[in-house]
Ligand binder design. Structure first.
Ligand code: 5AD
Ligand code: SF4
Length: 474
């Protein structure tokens, strides 16, 4: 048996189920209409996956979901702390909820997610956002029914933000999005402490789910018709290191690849310090794993990388990319980059552009550094003026946009296998689809293709996407 020290015990989860039943009964007593909940999510896919659990618990408690805040009996805002911009948006929107609450004083407002786990946040919400009723961090997510029950029966304001090493709660109810896409969390937390990043402080240490649980979940999803399975973790390459089992991420992928059915396995995010040829070989040998590697390098200069505490050099990163391409020649490469890390000079930033030009990523996620209270980087001197950071950021976009446009253009005239994953709402290209490398295709074709694989002929391309028509259904 592997270690499950951070796995919540069955009896505790059972208690939460009882709270859910009690709330359902209470709500049925209070009104003949089912209560309405509004759930809003900021940030990454991990947060989206957490919100699916919040919705799952709410559904068990008898809630139905609406998209208008004013009419909601309960508002849940799942927040993100990774950059200041997201936080400001959250606080602005939470501030505006004073109006909905004035109209409906019984409305309950909950804030949860990473931002609520920040050390200084509780004080701020207590003092300046008095209309907020319940606050809890990611570690207390599984206790949401208990918190809501206490609020409904005893009133008052509740703050559940004690720091924690992180937890794994199995078997929470889930309301997922419709097929074909599903998120599967394989691990929580992060041990890396990159010097700019708040995530390890708010999500705790790395904890892997047991492989049998993950396999069972993916099997069930495939049986339900899900075809695009995204495995989530802050650093999936260190999957299993905390378990007393001899399993690593490659082995987990191989086990999942053996599940029968026509589906794709994707994963996010890989850290370069833990990515290895063993992973690339697994990608090459397992037909269900998409040929896409999201491998954030953040900065190209070795001094800056050291200051960021990233654990690799520019040369090591480029070597890793070489190996990835050797194993998976048509691998689609994407990355995250931070411009304007404290102390990074424009000369050092040239190394970031150099990596871009050498690797030629298919697409990038680019960010201007945002100081996060409590992280080492936030205490560093940051002399570069905002305008210079902005100028460097624009140069980065210019270099990448040219590369992305060129790479996308090379698809024109080709026929590629895609998974049609939804409707786009556009008239000329009513469908959206993804290639095996995860590139977005705006597709012309029948709406009944959603959820199926098809052969698509690429007819056009832009910097960000491909355009095509369905050539053959599968
Ligand atoms: N400022 C800017 N970008 C950040 N990221 C993480 N922390 C910060 C920060 N303080 C970016 C990194 C990471 C991505 C998810 O967000 O590039 O890979
Ligand atoms: Fe943050 Fe680094 Fe962990 Fe990613 S690997 S979540 S950037 S600390």
């Amino acid at each position: 048996m592997g270690s499950c020290g951070n796995q919540i015990a069955e009896e505790h989860l059972q208690q939460q189920k009882e709270y859910m039943e009690q709330i359902r009964a209470l709500m049925a007593q209070r009104s003949e209409h089912p209560p309405a909940a509004f759930v809003d999510t900021y940030g990454c896919q991990q947060n989206e996956a957490d919100s699916e659990r919040i919705r799952g618990m709410l559904q068990q408690m008898g809630y139905h979901f609406i998209t208008e805040e004013e009419k909601a009996d309960l508002i849940v805002i799942n927040t993100c702390a990774v950059r200041a911009h997201a936080e400001q948006r959250v606080l602005g929107n939470v501030g505006a909820l004073t109006h909905t609450k004035r109209k409906n004083p019984n409305q309950i407002i909950c804030l949860c997610g990473c931002m609520m786990q920040e050390a200084h946040m509780e004080e701020k919400i207590r003092k300046s956002f008095r209309h907020v009723d319940i606050v809890f961090g990611p570690h207390a997510l599984w206790r949401f029914p208990e918190l809501l029950h206490r609020k409904l029966t005893k009133g008052g304001r509740l703050f559940e933000t004690a720091p924690s090493d992180g937890v794994i709660a199995e078997g929470l109810p889930v309301v997922r999005r419709d097929p074909p896409k599903a998120w599967v969390i394989i691990m929580q937390g992060c041990n890396n402490f990159c010097s700019y990043c708040i995530v390890p402080y708010v999500r705790g240490r790395e904890h892997s789910r047991m492989p049998d649980q993950i396999v069972a979940e993916v099997e069930a999803l495939v049986a339900q018709g899900y075809k695009d399975i995204m495995l989530l973790g802050q650093n999936v390459n260190s999957y299993g290191k905390d378990l007393a089992l001899s399993i690593d991420f490659s082995e987990l992928l191989r086990r999942l690849n053996r599940i029968e059915g026509d589906f794709i396995l994707r994963f996010m995010t890989s850290h370069p310090k833990d990515a290895s040829p063993r992973l690339f070989q697994t990608m090459a040998e397992c037909e269900k794993i998409e040929c896409h590697l999201h491998l954030p390098f953040q900065a190209g200069n070795n001094r800056v990388l050291k200051d960021m505490n990233r654990g690799y050099t520019k040369e090591a990163y480029l070597e890793l990319i070489r190996q990835a391409r050797q194993w998976v020649p048509d691998v689609v490469l994407t990355s995250d980059i931070i411009v304007g890390f404290p102390g990074e000079t424009t000369e050092e930033f040239e190394d970031t552009l150099d990596v871009l030009r050498r690797v030629e990523f298919d697409a990038l996620f680019t960010f201007i550094y945002s100081p996060r209270e409590g992280t080492p980087a936030a205490r560093k001197k940051d002399p570069m003026p905002k305008e210079e950071k902005q100028k460097n950021f624009q140069r980065l976009l210019d270099v990448q946009n040219e590369i992305s446009a060129r790479k996308h253009k090379a698809y024109i005239g080709k026929t590629v296998r895609v998974l049609v994953d939804g409707e786009s709402g556009e008239e000329a290209y009513p469908l959206s689809a993804r290639t095996k490398g995860g590139r977005l295709v705006h597709l012309a074709g029948d709406r009944d293709l959603v959820g199926t694989f098809a052969e698509a002929k690429i007819t056009n391309a832009s910097t960000w996407a491909l355009f095509g028509t369905v050539e053959k259904r599968e």
